[in-house]
Structures are given as C-alpha cells and as structure tokens.
Design a protein around this ligand. Structure first.
Ligand SMILES: [Zn+2]
Length: 248
C-alpha cells in the first residue's frame, strides 16, 4: 500500500499547499481520501483522474470535501461523463455536496457518484483494501479510517479532538497519519483538534510504528509542530508534504 500526500494544509490552503487530501493505492485500487481545496488538481499530477476507483470523505468541513465538486464538474460536463464512482462519506457530507448541485434527488450528482453513507463502526472492502471507520471527537459527524491491504496498516485520524477511540483507530499502525492543528502555545476555545504533542502521545500509546503529521495551518511553522510531536512520540516524526509518496 502506498499513500501520496495531495495536500495537508490545515483549515485553508496556501500557495503550493492544497487542503487535506491523500491518494491511497494498492494494486489497481486508487482511493482519493479527503478532497480539500486544490487536491483534485494535485491528484492529476500523480494518476489519470479517471483512474480514481473511489472517493472517501471524512466530514463536511469545506477544507476536507469541497473538491468533490471540482471532480463532479470534471466528470459530468464532458461528452462521455463518468458515472457510478463510489463516494463514501457521512450522510451530512452527501447531503451538503449533492444539495449544492441537485435541488432535488436523482440529478446529475447522483449519476456521477454512487452515494454511500458511512458511519463509525462500519467496515468494508474497497477493491484491494479493507477500510474501517470510527467516529471522531469533532464538531460535525466525522470518520477516522483504518486501511489495510492484509499485511500493512494505515490509520488516518481525520479531524479530531483528543477524545477519539485511539486504540481502535491506530493500534500498531505501520503509518499513523494524524492531525496536528495546534501547537503548545496555541490559544483556542475550540477543543475538537489536536496539539502536536497530543498526536505524539496518542501515537506512542497505541504503538504506532510511524507518525506523520497533517492539517498544520499555514500560519504555523510545521517544523515546530514536528519537534513538539517528537518530544512525546519519543522518535522521529514525519510531516505530510504535498507531492510526496510513502510506502506504508
Ligand atoms: Zn474539520
């Protein structure tokens, strides 16, 4: 299994740094996981866009889902539209995105995408990958995901506060892709994100073999986030850099 970072910018994009999005691949299975702003174009730098076999969206915040609409335009408004691309997401994501395109139901959005609502506790097969979803500690329905090809495991925190079900999500993960929106001195009254040191602490507690930070906002120095996570993880921590490909 390999994962390509399409974008990892927290909350909003910056030049050269799309919002959250990853390409998860195993054999012919190519999953676009989270569709932050700029990730659809970035996807085309790595694979032919029609090769996407499924789209998985963690939650309906714009910085994680809005480029599904870019994909919709690309796949709908051409001589031979794509249809039936599996789109797995919490129901609120599907409602929001479909509502943007189709005033009713059964319109072009539901033709291009095969709409499949998911929630925490579900486990399913997507081609050559198994994926499990877990509800996170966020302010809207959000699913973390745990991916396996039968041998290796990738865990993705999505957006979350510290109260996630971490043993389920990330125990023994070969790679734990974890959000780190805040740093030690970030002042905030929004408790549904992690500090970098919390990401490191969680990864260590569940025995993750490698930790990669994502969702660091553009106004923070990401290398400082890495340093803070390393103090609690106790080992080297990686940063999700757009355009980089990692074997899990
Ligand atoms: Zn969010």
């Amino acid at each position: 299994m390999q994962v390509t970072v399409l974008g990892s910018s927290g909350s909003y994009p910056a030049p050269g740094r799309p919002g959250s999005g990853f390409l998860i691949e195993q054999a012919a299975t190519r999953v676009w996981c989270d569709a932050g702003p700029g990730t659809f174009g970035a996807l085309g730098l790595h694979i032919p866009l029609d090769d996407v076999t499924a789209v998985v969206i963690s939650h309906r915040h714009v910085d994680h889902c809005i480029d599904v609409l870019a994909a919709f335009h690309a796949w709908a408004y051409r001589p031979e539209p794509r249809h039936g691309v599996p789109l797995l997401a919490p129901q609120s994501v599907i409602d929001a995105l479909a509502g943007f395109v189709d005033p009713g139901s059964g319109g072009p959005f539901a033709h291009v995408f095969d709409l499949r609502p998911v929630e925490g506790g579900e486990r399913l097969v997507l081609g050559d990958l198994d994926v499990e979803f877990f509800e996170t500690d966020h302010s809207v329905p959000t699913v973390a995901s745990r991916w396996t090809d039968g041998a290796r495991t990738l865990a993705y925190s999505a957006d979350t506060g510290p109260r996630g079900d971490w043993p389920q999500v990330a125990t023994d993960a070969d790679l734990f892709l974890c959000e780190a929106t805040y740093q030690a001195d970030t002042e905030t009254d929004y408790p549904h994100h992690l500090r970098a040191a919390e990401a490191g602490r969680i990864a260590r507690a569940v025995g993750a073999r490698a930790l990669m930070l994502t969702h660091v906002p553009p106004d923070l120095d990401p290398l400082r986030s890495v340093e803070e996570a390393e103090t609690t993880f106790g080992r080297e921590v990686a940063l999700a850099v757009p355009g980089t490909r990692h074997r899990v």
